[in-house]
Design a protein around this ligand. Structure first.
Ligand code: ADP
Ligand code: MG
Length: 732
């Protein structure tokens, strides 16, 4: 490793340019293997921290380990045999010795064990010891190789166990990491002394050393904290810089805030009083909108929290000042739903004529105010307005550009493709459960250089820590669980097996509820990547249920149907002309059916937790009690855990944390560019306080030094370690 350092210390930025292949023990094929596991540079190695540690000074001697309990013992392989008993059965048996006692370990068919554990290997075995025919035995234990015959790095009392990488033996990996650590230290530390003091964080170089090769186990936790803080701090610095840019570089619209404008009319005309949470969030939004900088706000609120009114309030604020508002929905079905419910809110308050509720075509009735609020729906296949009977797409596009329309509802795709607005004042993006896909919204405005305000709504209750990372560049408003509109009936959730008896149970419930004038959703299995198969299985289920429920009116809705047919089915379900709607997940978002009281989710184990929660959120819209049946034969622990979580709670925030716990944070970050692969040590569920601290320190620092001119080392480290994903941050 050549030296390129500041004051004798290597920077992480520099170390992130050195390939693993330059590290002794990890050259050639091993470097290739590591690269395919995502470990490409020395920095990657430094942050490939042990997944656990074996403390040899306290790990039990075989003779002392309690029988029948989970234990870890360290021993040396004395003999390894593989016996092929039958064509498809091999027994692998190892004889181990810890200097006092013999232990026999057996595995079935895991022939690789014979290569993993050749005679002379020192290994930590984890499992239960049993006495059988006078011998101490372990069946199918986990085995972590400590050392190979003839190699000996691991002499300390605490042995680090790294996640294995295919193609590299644990010994080589450990030795390679040891080399990398020794040659890299000391590393530069751009985090200021007083921050470290305030948060009681240890020295960075010592932390890197201690996390990999601790003398004592107690050293690990503070070391991990320090390195986790660094990751979170880098991420939050990047987010703070991004936020800063959005504020400083962008010119927004300072909307005038009328005290007796359209919003007042809306609120006066609502059939219910606003909840405190709605009032609070609306005033947060209006304060943002009054500022000359663009709003970038996230509204978090569970299904049914009453976000639609907030969205309409934001748009009416813009309309009051002579601007336009837009709502973007993730699906066509949801866009239609938004159009209808916003139309109903406006009509209810006498701000616009009503729209006929069939979703296709509108009735013109004379406006009750001097200036009715003009609302439009524009999607790939729909063009509709509330101020005229019919309109073509072309006409509508022109009228939006001419400023004759006040509020436009559409899908993400449509508006991102660059619809021309006359004076777009606020864009509301409804993400529903699709978190992680939050994108920069490209909204064009004719002849204006002011950026519209942006309100992102999500019904996915995101744990607070996650919103601070995933959406860390946004201001956050939240409607809490205890702040939901009153009077939502309870939903009783039951998990049922796929048996005829269980089916009788839910069929009976459907019939009983239908007799009371209530309606049922039957949600058909998700077919990954094949909407065609999904549609045909929904159709088959519709035929089957139509036969089983001859006295009920059963309808069908799936994604392959023509938009016109979808709208017609939805309309007849809404108008109670159907008792049962057999549907695919097209219903998962935003559908509001006041008389629905039953939902049957078939093959519920195939759905993700947040999707199940969204689906169930379609219930509890009016009458009650409500019933949700999760029909499944779960085949994995994960799917069992998901169903159990659904039965145990209907609190979206609880379920979101549970989801994060079950799936792990990596999968949650998914699509989001910045911050995804960057948390290798920090765990956002566990490191909540560290994240809050990192965020506070990062935002304070960026507030003082917005270009990081006084912190060049930090700037360099953030740029190097957060990678291309945030390269744009540094482009001026
Ligand atoms: P979200 O979009 O957050 O899922 P909605 O805005 O669709 O929720 O509201 C859910 C239901 O609650 C709707 O039927 C709506 O009319 C009703 N609602 C909204 N705000 C209130 C309120 N303050 N009091 C009573 N009901 C409300
Ligand atoms: Mg909604």
């Amino acid at each position: 490793m050549a030296d390129a350092s500041t004051g004798g210390e290597r920077t992480l930025a520099y170390l992130s340019t050195i390939p693993v292949s330059r590290v002794k023990n990890l050259t050639g094929k091993r470097a290739t293997a590591l690269a395919s596991a995502g470990i490409e540079t020395v920095v990657d190695l430094l942050f490939h921290v042990p997944r656990r540690y074996i403390d040899r000074s306290t790990s039990a001697a075989i003779a002392d380990a309690p029988l029948g309990e989970e234990v870890t013992v360290v021993a040396t392989v004395q003999k390894m045999t593989v016996r092929r008993v039958r064509r498809n059965l091999s027994i692998i048996e190892a004889t181990l010795y810890d200097g006092e006692t013999y232990l026999f370990a057996t595995w079935f068919n895991q022939v690789f064990r014979s290569r993993q554990l050749p005679e002379g290997t020192e290994v930590a075995l984890s499992g239960k010891i049993e006495r059988q025919r006078g011998r101490l035995q372990m069946k199918s234990p986990d085995a972590d190789v400590l050392d190979r015959p003839g190699e000996s790095l691991v002499t300390g009392r605490v042995v680090p166990v790294h996640s294995t990488v295919k193609g590299v033996t644990p010994g080589h990996l450990r030795r390679g990491i040891h080399n990398a650590v020794t040659r890299s230290l000391p590393v530069a530390d751009p985090v200021e002394e007083d921050v470290l003091d305030r948060l009681d964080l240890m020295d960075r170089s010592a932390a890197i050393e201690s996390i990999h090769f601790p003398e004592k186990l107690e050293e690990v936790e503070p070391a991990r904290n320090r390195l986790a803080f660094d990751e979170l701090f880098r991420l939050e610095v990047a987010l703070a810089l991004q936020k800063r840019r959005q504020i400083d570089d962008a010119v927004g619209i300072a909307h005038p805030i009328a005290t007796d404008g359209l919003l007042t009319d809306l609120v006066d005309g609502l059939p219910f009083p606003l909840t405190f949470a709605q009032e609070r969030v609306i005033s947060e939004v209006r304060e943002d909108m009054a500022r000359p900088h663009p709003m970038h706000r996230l509204l978090l609120g569970d299904v049914g929290a009453g976000k639609t009114v907030v969205a309409v309030a934001a748009m009416l604020t813009a309309v009051d000042g002579g601007h336009q508002g837009a709502v973007m929905a993730p699906t066509e079905v949801l866009a239609v739903q938004h159009f209808l419910s916003i139309g109903a809110l406006l009509a209810g308050a006498g701000l616009a004529p009503p729209i006929e509720a069939n979703g296709m075509g509108s009735l013109f009735s004379p406006p009750e105010t001097e200036r009715p609020v003009r609302l439009a729906l524009l999607t790939g296949s729909n063009a509709e307005v509330n101020y005229r009977d019919s309109i073509t797409r072309r006409e509508l596009v022109d009228e939006i550009a001419a400023g004759e329309v006040d509020i436009v509802v559409g899908t993400h795709a449509l508006i991102q493709e660059g619809l021309d607005f006359h004076r777009l004042g606020v864009a509301v993006v409804d993400e529903q459960h699709r978190f992680g896909v939050h994108q920069r919204v490209e909204l064009r405005e004719k002849g204006a250089d002011a950026e519209p305000d942006l309100l992102i709504m999500t019904a996915t209750p995101i744990p607070r820590t996650l919103s601070m990372t995933l959406y860390g560049d946004l201001d956050v408003s939240a409607i809490g669980r205890d702040e939901m509109p009153p009077g939502r009936p309870e939903v009783k959730t039951t998990a049922l097996p796929k048996t005829p008896a269980a089916e009788q149970r839910w069929l009976k419930r459907i019939v009983e509820e239908a007799a009371a004038g209530h309606q049922t959703f039957v949600v058909c299995p998700l077919v990954e990547d094949s909407p065609k198969v999904e549609a045909s299985s929904a159709t088959a289920e519709w035929e089957r249920l139509s036969r089983l429920l001859p006295d009920l009116r059963v309808g069908l809705l799936h994604g392959q149907m023509a938009p016109r047919d979808k709208a017609a089915v939805m309309a007849s379900f809404r108008d109670q002309e159907l008792d049962v709607l057999v549907a695919t997940t097209v219903i998962e978002v935003g559908i509001d059916i006041p008389h629905s009281t039953v939902m049957v989710i078939e093959d519920a184990d195939r759905f993700g937790l947040s999707q199940l929660h969204q689906l169930r959120g379609r219930l509890s819209r009016g009458v009650g009690p409500n019933y949700c049946y999760l029909v499944a034969e779960p085949t994995t622990t994960e799917s069992e855990e998901r169903l159990a979580a659904m039965v145990a709670s209907d609190d979206g925030f609880v379920l979101a944390e549970e989801d994060l716990r079950i799936r792990g944070q990596g999968t949650v970050f998914g699509a989001r560019q910045a911050g995804s692969a960057d948390l290798r040590i920090a765990d956002i569920l566990r490191d909540t306080q560290l994240l809050i601290d990192a965020r506070r320190e990062a935002f304070a620092l960026v507030a003082e030094d917005p270009e990081l001119t006084d912190h060049p080392d930090l700037a360099q480290e953030v740029r190097a370690l957060l990678g291309d994903a945030i390269a744009w941050l540094f482009v001026s």
